[in-house]
Design a protein around this ligand. Structure first.
Ligand code: FES
Ligand code: FE2
Length: 367
């Protein structure tokens, strides 16, 4: 695949696992942002994500390494490394190598998931990874939903897909009719930005057609989606109306060509049911939610980033605003950053005609 037109090394929080996948004492191998990594959970419960290679002679800690207490021990010569990546013991010497450190990534657990902070410049996190149940300020909490793991998760690995495609889905009102078979085109009711967070809300009428009465046996009903993009790698959505659920879709670059994409769905609790996991009676609902996501994914995984896009007039505002906002996550000099030529996102009826050879030249300039 040709290199994507946008950097695969954006700054921000990125999901690398679901919490339940990393059990205490276990070492989990992974690759993100071009680095071989290990994630492990110490006996104190904290998850550490660090480079996979021992700083002594380069053994891979994920093949035969072990966790003891809050340390990871290398399988090759037994050197011990703590949760900050510091060497704390050389078993055949009376003092450790205090200066040596395995690079670690800031890691947090939120909403049954593990996120790492990635920044090419090595800056500490300058915004927090929010919690999807606090983010909407509507009085609801995780107790109002079933656990998402394992019933509500989908994981697709190493797709040729850029995180920004998923973010842009949040302003793409026109695709609801074609991809999600909505009977009505939704109304875009809010687009706001607050530093690294972007908000986009839609409302639409459900019901009145064969497809949508499946969703609403009780007739037409207003519903909508409130999307919150947290940086470029994490998209929250709250669905209200006929379907009440919360979802998080995350895209995490593996290398310069591919990314992992994860979907996590929390269905709202049936009245009076206190079980942690959703009952079998909600399987169909989960399948329907997953099918909507998979319909999007089928587009994203084969999509090519188009810049400038040929937008309809009414699409121009939402797309140009989110593309401008997204630039902040691309390091200077990387494709997509503010150091690159200004994006042109004029409507189709206003934009200049670009001869085909011009378009080819301008995309080649981004490589
Ligand atoms: S390579 Fe890890 S202890 Fe020697
Ligand atoms: Fe969609």
């Amino acid at each position: 695949m040709a290199k994507p037109a946008l950097s695969m090394k954006p700054t921000g929080w990125f999901q690398v696992a679901w919490s339940a996948e990393i059990e205490t004492g276990q070492i989990h191998r992974m690759k993100y942002f071009g680095h071989d990594l290990v994630a492990w959970r110490g006996e104190d419960g904290a998850v550490t994500v660090m480079n996979a290679y021992c700083e002594h002679l380069g053994a891979h800690l994920g093949f035969g390494g072990r966790v003891e207490g809050d340390r990871i021990i290398c399988p090759f010569h037994g050197w011990e490394w703590n949760q900050q990546g510091r060497n704390v013991c050389i078993p055949y010497q009376d003092r450790p190598n205090r200066g040596r450190r395995i690079p670690t990534f800031p890691a947090v657990e939120r909403n049954e998931s593990v996120y790492i902070w990635h920044d090419l410049e090595g800056r500490a996190p300058y915004f927090d990874m929010p919690d999807i149940f606090d983010a909407y300020d509507d009085g609801r909490s995780s107790a109002d939903y079933y656990l998402a793991y394992p019933e509500g998760i989908l994981h697709h690995e190493r797709l040729e897909l850029h995180p920004q495609y998923v973010m842009e889905n949040g302003v793409d009102y026109a695709h609801f009719k074609f991809v999600h078979r909505a009977a009505h085109v939704p109304e875009f009711t809010r687009q706001e930005f607050d530093g690294p967070v972007a908000y986009a809300d839609f409302e639409m009428l459900f019901g009145g057609t064969k497809e949508s009465t499946v969703l609403t046996p009780n007739g037409a009903m207003v519903g909508g989606v409130q999307a919150i993009n947290v940086g470029i790698g994490v998209g929250f959505a709250k669905f209200w109306g006929p379907d009440n659920m919360r979802t998080i879709v995350t895209v995490t670059p593996v290398d310069d060509e591919t990314a992992d994409i994860r979907s996590t769905v929390w269905l709202d609790r049936l009245p009076g049911d206190t079980s942690a996991h959703q009952p079998a009676s909600l399987e169909r609902r989960m399948r329907m939610a997953n099918n909507q996501y998979l319909a999007d994914l089928n587009i994203w995984r084969h999509q090519r980033y188009t810049d400038p896009p040929a937008l309809a007039t009414a699409e121009g505002k939402g797309f140009s605003a989110i593309r401008r906002w997204a630039m902040q996550f691309y390091p200077l000099g990387e494709p997509g950053s503010a150091s690159m030529p200004e994006l042109q996102t004029a409507g189709t009826d206003a934009g200049p005609e670009v001869p085909e050879n011009e378009a080819v030249r301008s995309s080649a300039a981004l490589d």
